[in-house]
Design a protein around this ligand. Structure first.
Ligand SMILES: [Zn+2]
Length: 493
């Protein structure tokens, strides 16, 4: 008997706009595809949140006893600047600017992506395919769409004929757009445009002579359109129809809409049963963007080497912070929010320690079995991690009352409580225990804060020999103090 047989999960399906009972195609098995990163720069913290949401979902499925094939791709070609139909390939542009081979760019940022995800304690996906590794499959799908009459060639490029597709299918059903409205709201095609209609999207783009990333095809040298790779890789590894497709909210249109159109044109049926979309991360109430400076890299949070936060925060604390919002809600990152999460994280971990040492009694004042089911109910309701965390803190409250002798717990209940807390905290939320760098970072932070205070006292007493000694010896072990208007902060190298 697996847990999923008596835990009834509901998921919010972006396609129907409703919460639906989740039923996989093959009982006990789940196929899940999530659009991965375009590896042309360091992984964005907002993208980490999206991938973390699906890591939590993957973990919960596994916890319920499902066998999951989780495919998350690496986009290493075909994604053009500004997600546009014309323009430079993001990888090729970076390669040109940094005078690197495109595959050097891909390698550098794939390694960065994996390093950061490992720090956040992600489980690796079952398969992590790349776009450049599936050019042949992509060409085959284009041929197929051609044969079905939904593609046309122009000047060595191949486009998807959206207007023709929409006559027999429904283009825009995922994002809730109507083709007629899209047509009414777009400019006329420029005279030099090869497309029949502005809504048409590229399946294959002709490579200009200076374009470095190119492959031969029946239509000449070129490269695949961005939307096509996900159709090719999801079909190859999960089949023509699979259970779950996930990604960031911003991918709903046009990326996922185009994936649906490509698959329906090629296979004749809908590719995905449940579309799940994760919401974005803002910082101090504003959209995160490199151009405005309202941006922080995950690594800069872990070391404390940034101008935005007062101190370093461990990956577990950041992960705990992200799990405190529902994955479909916008989450705002700020110094205060991280400080509060850190407090909460340690309170939770302390309670786990406390629970180990408590004496058991003859009766229980805490209804552990009911509480356990409430934890599952929270997760079964479209992976509601904030409600789950509130339930975990209910348990913390009882653990502390038991420790103070105000309540008691039977040995059997203690065992259930401990096992349930472990399952949700470590297996499902993916947090790491106090022995990890999290606790170390916190203790270190307390010690360095103490040294900063002693150094300030020394300086106030004009004892510059002591204040310099503290600064220099900390620097010697890799801890840099920075004096600013707001006081002294530190970073760890
Ligand atoms: Zn995709």
């Amino acid at each position: 008997m697996q847990l999923y047989q008596n835990q009834h999960l509901k998921v919010y399906n972006s396609l129907s706009g409703k919460k639906e009972a989740f039923k996989p195609i093959n009982e006990g098995h789940i196929g899940m595809y999530v659009c991965g990163p375009t590896v042309y720069s360091n992984v964005h913290l907002g993208n980490c949140r999206t991938f973390m949401s699906f890591d939590m979902i993957f973990r919960y499925f596994k916890h319920l006893g499902y066998k999951v094939r989780y495919v998350r791709n690496i986009t290493d070609a075909g994604h053009l600047v500004d997600d546009a139909e014309d323009g430079e390939d993001k990888i090729a542009k970076k390669a040109r600017l940094e005078q690197l081979e495109p595959m050097e760019v891909v390698q550098r940022y794939t390694v960065d992506f994996h390093t950061i995800l490992q720090k956040f304690n992600f489980l690796p996906p079952s398969i992590e395919p790349t776009a450049t590794g599936h050019i042949i499959e992509q060409i085959e799908i284009i041929k197929d769409i051609f044969e079905k009459g939904f593609a046309y060639e122009a000047n060595g490029s191949v486009y998807f004929d959206v207007a023709k597709f929409n006559k027999t299918h429904e283009y825009g059903k995922l994002s809730g757009r109507k083709l007629e409205d899209m047509i009414a709201n777009t400019r006329e095609l420029a005279a030099q445009d090869e497309k029949k209609n502005p809504q048409d999207f590229a399946l294959w783009k002709k490579a200009e002579p200076q374009h470095i990333m190119r492959w031969p095809s029946p239509w000449g040298d070129g490269f695949p359109g961005w939307h096509l790779e996900c159709t090719a890789m999801s079909t190859k590894y999960l089949g023509e129809t699979f259970d779950i497709h996930g990604g960031g909210m911003d991918l709903k249109f046009p990326h996922h809409e185009c994936e649906i159109a490509q698959a329906e044109a090629s296979n004749g049926h809908s590719p995905v049963n449940y579309w799940l979309h994760a919401n974005m991360l803002t910082m101090n109430g504003k959209k995160m963007a490199k151009s405005t400076g309202n941006n922080i890299l995950p690594g800069e949070i872990f070391t404390g080497d940034n101008k935005i936060l007062s101190k370093a925060f461990s990956p577990s604390v950041v992960r705990f912070f992200m799990m405190q919002a529902h994955y479909t809600s916008i989450l705002d990152l700020s110094n205060d929010a991280l400080l509060a999460s850190e407090k909460g994280y340690f309170r939770l971990m302390d309670a786990l320690d406390t629970l180990k040492g408590i004496d058991t009694g003859k009766t229980s004042d805490f209804k552990v079995a009911d509480w356990r089911q409430e934890c599952y109910d929270a997760m079964n309701d479209d992976f509601n991690t904030p409600i789950l965390i509130a339930k975990l803190f209910d348990a913390v409250k009882h653990i502390n009352l038991i420790k103070e002798g105000k309540e008691q717990l039977t040995a059997a209940d203690k065992e259930t409580l401990e096992a349930t807390l472990h399952a949700f905290i470590y297996d499902v939320l993916g947090l790491e225990g106090k022995t990890d760098t999290g606790a170390g970072t916190n203790k270190l932070s307390e010690v360095v804060t103490l040294l900063i205070e002693l150094r300030k006292d020394a300086r106030d007493n004009k004892d510059f020999a002591t204040s310099d000694k503290i600064r220099d010896q900390l620097a010697a072990i890799g801890i840099q103090l920075k004096d600013g208007k707001e006081g002294t902060t530190f970073s760890v190298s």
